[in-house]
Design a protein around this ligand. Structure first.
Ligand SMILES: *Cc1c(COP(=O)(O)O)cnc(C)c1O
Length: 431
C-alpha cells in the first residue's frame, strides 16, 4: 500500500517510510492511495473472531509487505492484550469501552500499534532508535507505555514541570526500563520547541537516530479503525441499522470509523460529538470550516480548535459537504449538559460515564431513531482518570483501577532540565 500527502497526491511513500517519517516533507498528512474493500467472508466470520484476529485481517491490507504476516500477527496480539467490551447501557444503546489498556484511554490502541511497527522497522534496519515526545499529559504516557520493553527503541518524554496532574506525572515518570522522563522548567510549548530543535540538529542526528511519535502518524490512525469491526462481532442482534457516536477532538478516532465504513463495515451513520470546541459540528451544519483557539472544558482531551484529521476527512469525501453530511451528523454539548447526563445515566442505569464518553452518549441520543436503529457510543477514557469531575457529577466515589493505583505508589524518576536547547542537547549526548 502506498500513502500520499494530503497536500500533494503525487508525493507517495510506502507504509514503512510513511510511519518512520510521521509527517510528509510538505507537512501534509499521509493517507492511503486506496481503501481496500473487505470480503464478505471476513464479515461473515466476524462473530467468531478475536480483536487481535480482526486487527490482523484489516492491518495486512495497509501494511503490505513491509512487515511479514507472521510478525504482524504477533504485533496485533500484543497490541490487543486487553478487553474491548461492548456493554449494554439501556435498550438499544451500547458503550464500546476502549479504556482497558495500560493508560486507561483509547489512545493506547494507536500508540501500541505504532510503537510495535517502529520497533519492527528498527530491527529490519538494524538501528536502534530514540523517540522524543513532548506531552501536555495524556499522549506521553500512552506513547511511552506503547514502547515499554520494546526492543531497539528508547523513549525520552519531555513534560512541563508543574503543569501535568499528579496521576499523569506518576504515569510518565515511573515506567523505567527503556523509558525516561525529562521535567522541563517551562511550558508545553517550550517542550515542543525543544523537540523540534533536536530533530533539526545535525550533530545530534549523527549520534542517534531520532524518530517522532507524532499523533498524526498513520500507524496511530489505522488501528483506530480495527475496533469498529469488533462492534459488529459483539452485537448479536443485527436486524437493525447501527449508528456510532464518537467523542472527538482531533478527529482521529472518527476518521478510523469512516475508514472502516469505506472498507465495507455496515455502519449507517456516525455522530461527531464535541464539547464547546465545535468547529466540525459547525462545518457539518454550515459547510464552512473555521478553526479557532481552543477553549477549556471538562472533557479536556477534546479541547482542540484546529483538528488535524479534518484534512483526512476531507480526503475521504473529496471535500464534498453534501456527501459528508450523509454519513456524519454533528452535535456539541456544554459542560453543564455533560455533568447532568453523567448524573442521570448513573442514577438510571448505574453506569459511570467519563466526561468524554458522556459527550458521546449525548450525541448518540440526539441523532438516533431507536425504532429501527441500534446505537453505540465510544467510551474513550476510564472515569477514574477524571475522578474529581465524575465524583462531583454522580456524588459517588470512583474506584481507581489497580494498575493506576500501583503507579501512584511508585517513586518518581525524572531529570529536571531548563528550557534552553543546550540543556536538552547535553542530556541527550551524555545519555
Ligand atoms: C484523545 C481523546 C479523545 C479525542 O480523540 P480524537 O481522535 O482526537 O478525536 C477523546 N477522548 C479521550 C479520553 C481522549 O484521550
Amino acid at each position: 500500500m502506498e500513502y500520499f500527502s494530503t497536500n500533494n497526491k503525487d508525493l507517495r511513500y510506502g507504509f514503512k517510510e510513511a510511519v518512520i517519517k510521521g509527517l510528509a516533507p510538505d507537512k501534509g498528512l499521509f493517507f492511503p492511495i486506496s481503501i481496500p474493500k473487505l470480503e464478505k467472508e471476513f464479515f461473515d466470520n466476524l462473530p467468531d473472531m478475536s480483536m487481535a484476529e480482526i486487527g490482523f485481517e484489516v492491518a495486512k491490507h495497509f501494511v503490505g509487505e513491509d512487515i511479514s504476516h507472521e510478525e504482524l500477527k504477533n504485533i496485533t496480539e500484543e497490541v490487543f492484550n486487553f478487553p474491548i467490551p461492548l456493554i449494554k447501557i439501556e435498550e438499544g444503546v451500547y458503550s464500546l469501552e476502549l479504556f482497558h489498556g495500560p493508560t486507561c484511554a483509547f489512545k493506547d490502541v494507536g500508540a501500541r500499534f505504532m510503537s510495535r511497527c517502529l520497533s519492527a522497522f528498527a530491527k529490519q534496519n538494524k538501528e536502534d532508535v530514540t523517540i522524543l515526545v513532548a506531552t501536555s499529559g495524556d499522549t506521553g504516557s500512552a506513547v511511552a507505555n506503547g514502547f515499554l520493553g520494546v526492543e531497539g527503541v528508547s523513549v525520552i518524554i519531555l513534560y512541563p514541570k508543574g503543569k501535568v496532574s499528579k496521576i499523569q506525572e506518576q504515569q510518565l515518570t515511573t515506567m523505567g526500563q527503556n523509558i525516561s522522563a525529562l521535567e522541563v522548567d517551562g511550558t508545553f510549548d517550550d517542550c515542543q520547541a525543544l523537540v523540534k530543535q533536536a530533530f533539526a540538529d545535525e550533530d545530534l542526528n549523527k549520534k542517534m537516530k531520532l524518530t517522532s511519535a507524532n499523533s498524526i502518524n498513520i500507524a496511530r490512525l489505522l488501528p483506530q479503525s480495527f475496533y469498529y469491526f469488533y462492534i459488529l462481532a459483539q452485537l448479536q442482534n443485527r436486524d437493525k441499522d447501527i449508528v456510532v457516536s464518537v467523542p472527538s477532538g482531533n478527529y482521529g478516532n472518527l476518521t478510523g470509523g469512516l475508514l472502516a465504513k469505506q472498507m465495507g463495515l455496515p455502519i449507517k451513520r456516525f455522530v461527531a460529538s464535541a464539547n464547546k470546541n465545535k468547529v466540525v459540528p459547525d462545518y457539518l451544519e454550515h459547510g464552512n470550516y473555521e478553526p479557532k483557539e481552543s477553549v477549556q472544558t471538562i472533557s479536556n482531551a477534546m479541547d482542540v480548535g484546529a483538528p488535524s484529521n479534518f484534512a483526512r476527512m476531507m480526503e475521504l469525501y473529496r471535500e464534498e459537504h453534501f456527501e459528508i453530511i450523509k454519513d456524519i451528523k454533528g452535535a456539541w454539548f456544554s459542560d453543564q449538559e455533560t455533568e447532568k447526563v453523567m448524573s442521570e445515566v448513573y442514577s438510571n442505569y448505574k453506569y459511570i460515564l467519563d466526561p468524554h464518553g458522556a459527550v458521546g452518549y449525548l450525541g448518540l441520543k440526539k441523532h438516533i431513531n431507536k425504532e429501527n436503529e441500534i446505537g453505540v457510543f465510544l467510551e474513550t477514557a476510564h472515569p477514574a482518570k477524571f475522578k474529581d469531575t465524575v465524583e462531583k457529577a454522580i456524588e459517588v466515589e470512583v474506584e481507581i483501577p489497580t494498575y493506576l493505583k500501583e503507579c501512584l505508589q511508585k517513586e518518581k524518576n525524572s531529570i529536571l532540565i531548563g528550557r534552553e536547547y543546550s540543556d536538552l542537547k547535553n542530556q541527550l549526548l551524555n545519555s
